[in-house]
Structure formats: structure tokens, C-alpha cells
Design a protein around this ligand. Sequence first.
Ligand code: SF4
Ligand code: SF4
Length: 306
Amino acid sequence: MNSLERTQKLKQKASELGFELSGATPAVPPPSYPSFLDWLQKGYAGEMAYLERRKEARGNPQALLPGAKSVFCVGLSYNPSPEHSPLLEKHPISCYAWGRDYHQVLGEKLEALSDYLCRKLSPGARAKWYVDTGPVLERGYAAQAGLGWRGKNTLLLNRRFGSFFFLGEILTDAELSADAPVDDLCKTCTACLDACPTGALEEPGLLNAVKCISYLTLEHRSPLPEGAALHGYLAGCDLCQTACPYNANAPAGREKAFEPSPEILGLTRETAAQMSESDFKEFSRNSALERIKYPMWLRNAGLGRE
Ligand code: SF4
Ligand code: SF4
């Protein structure tokens, strides 16, 4: 089987597993790596020290999988259904965390996809998959693999599916046929920059995480900086995505695991603030919110949406 046939079959399997988007790119440092280093240097990563610790690996896929030749990128939509999208305007939790933990959901699919690649399509090939947590510049690779372009809000944006999708990658020593990047279609739009209430998007495509509600609620473990406002959010922030015209007509995600749980549907700032530590553990079990420490949850609830 040649690399083109292998890539086509892998894309077909990715689609059968539910991924809306997929594409391949060579396992070389993505062009966004120098900007990533510059961004770190500016201190825009705040307390995310893990980014600094493994910054070399992010520019060197060979350090993760010696002999790696290709990165296969996938996207899985979590765009809320018409039934639930009105919640985007008022819910204190960003919609990425309304359902089951995406690390688990994508992890199961990527495991199956890697298995298919290394057993059926390229017997003996090696593969390692990542969802968000590995030292991989996933948006940079996904852009190179043609899944979309980097929007002015820094997120990966697809003309049809918008930006409410999770990314995953398979790094492999199998040869895959590379896809081409797509054009940047942000053009003259500035809706995301205009919608950001904290000025975290300092320039088009430049996020100062230290000012970003997503970072402050999910990653910043110290007390919040003087004057920080969470604009109603307890975890994450969707404002620069809900403002984006490419999300307005994007189809709803098909993955049932990302639909809001009854607990999420019933959550208010008041009920959040009243949770004991064991209540919070139960509430966040198998959810991406499990990564938030309880003291952070209470801290966020103290400044949550009125
Ligand atoms: S997630 Fe919220 S705070 Fe962060 S850049 Fe987007 S709109 Fe601004
Ligand atoms: S809101 Fe406009 S500028 Fe921002 S990412 Fe979407 S299309 Fe691009």
C-alpha cells in the first residue's frame, strides 16, 4: 500500500470513528514553533510552567518518537446542539466541559485509530497519540495538516465546523501523504478581539494568557490577580468563540458524550459555591473539570456570574 492509499484509509477510519476532521503533515517542527518560543519568552504563559519545561520537545517530534515521519491530526466537534446552544449565553461553564472528559473520549478513538494504522495499514509501524496534554504544538500541526487556519483568537478555525472542536494527533513512523494548509479566512473580521472582555487578545493571533478567563479559571492556581474579573465564568470562557461568524452556522457535534450532563444543566453559581469537596469530586468525575482543584473552584465561584 502506498502512502496516499494508507492516508485515505486512515481518514476513512477516522471518519467512521466520528472525527469530523482529519489530515496529515510531516513530523517536523511546525512553522509556529518560533512564535511559541517568543510567546513563552514574553511571559504570556503565566503559571503554565509545564510549557517551559518541555519546550524543546514541542519543537522536536523526533524526541517523542525517534524515526517519526508523520503527524496525523484529527478534530472532533463539541459544538452544542440547537437545544443546548442558548446555554452558551449564560452558563458559567465553557461548553468544552459540559459532557464527558474529552481526553477520555478522544483517547479511546485515537487508540483504535492507532491500532488500525499499526496493525492493518502499516504492520509493525509505531505510533503515539496525544490529546491536549502531550508536548505537541497541536494547533500548529493541525493547521499544517489542513484542518483549518489559526484564527485571530489563536484557535484553529475550520470554514465548515467553526472552532468548537477538540484536536488530537497520532505521531507515527509510518509514511503518510501530506495535506496542504488552507487559506486564512479571518480577513477583516475582528469580532473575537472586540468580544474579549479582558483584552487578553493583545493583537490578532496573540493571546496573553495571564489576562484570559480560561487560563485564570483553569490553569492559574494562585489567588487571582488584583482586579481580575471572570465575567460570570467558573471554568473556561467561550466569548471569543461565540462571537466568531464561523461558529454561527457550524453543524452541531454528533458525539453524544459531549452533551451536557443533568448536573451541568442544573448548575448555578450558588450551587457551585455550596459544593463540599466531596460534592465537587462527584460533580467533576469523568469531566474535564476534574483538573480543577477544589480551592480554585471555590475561588472562581466567589467571582462568578451574578
Ligand atoms: S477565552 Fe475569553 S478571556 Fe480568553 S481570549 Fe477568549 S474571550 Fe478573551
Ligand atoms: S471572530 Fe473573526 S477574526 Fe476572530 S477568529 Fe473568527 S473569523 Fe477570525
